[in-house]
Design a protein around this ligand. Sequence first.
Ligand code: UDP
Length: 331
Amino acid sequence: MKRVVISGGAGFIASHLADRLLDEGYSVLGLDNFLTGAERNIAHLRSNPAFAFRVQDVTLPFDVEGPVDYVIHAASPASPKDYLEFPIETLDVGSIGTRRMLELAEAKGAKFLVTSTSESYGDPAVHPQTEDYWGNVNPVGPRSCYDESKRFAEAITMAWHRARGLRTSIARIFNTYGPRMKLNDGRVVPAFLDQALRDQPITIFGDGSQTRSFCYVSDLVDGLYRLMLSDEVMPVNLGNPCEMTILEFATVIIEMTKSGSGLVRMPLPEDDPKQRQPDIAKAKRVLGWEPKVSLEEGMGPTIAWFRGLVKTGAVVPELALKPAVPAETVA
Ligand code: UDP
């Protein structure tokens, strides 16, 4: 049985990736410090003998016993709200955390995959974004803690590959949605669904003409899995090219939830990218990957998930710093 170590293992995307890896017959060790991850994301895996979990801040020194075949560094605050609240932790996990995960991969002779972001392109001047575009990032703006952290993560990954011969891959993940997102995450999908399901006004930042492209989490995970198995070293965009304005997205959410919500305008956050759409030609070519789940299909389970959260009032604590699980649980 091949073994994968995933940082951010209790996070939205990494927990879905763990599900997929377990289905494919891998054993998985998840690491997470619960800064923004949630125990409930992995609760269903606790009885699976192929799954182990450890509360671990990967910016601190740590060891992993036994052989490891793949190391995936997916730990990071990922919503603007979270990384604005934790700018230093965000920079640390992209820099020190990436280095520690690279060291683990090297020590184990494992393949390394880092989850980077479309934010590497900043507020892009090239549209749609291709992997060879170097981006338009404000290095000292409020989002720079995330953008530059991920850009550094890419740089150190390439350095490890070039200088030390480590097998590495870089995924640039675009906006992704699905069950297990937090209600109070602040990102547009949780925010709009929370508001729509409670018939509260939908908060449109700016004039709503900025665009995003939304990928369902199972599609994204399939792309990550294929990239993990591939020999592709240079960055690969993973996202759904189906682009829409935030205003259009609000209308879709209101229709799909049959909500009575209206719209309310709020100030546009500083450095909010005006447009974002992945060019996925490379992912198609090198991974044979493209998204299959339409927004209508993906929104079904996502709305059901948020309906449950709204009904039970299950707001994940903003500061889940105190882990609710034992320090180490190896199933
Ligand atoms: N947005 C919005 N209202 C909200 C939350 C977000 O209009 O309540 C906008 C935000 O300004 C951005 C887009 O939706 O243009 C996507 O924001 P998100 O926080 O999901 O992530 P981003 O793609 O900016 O990283």
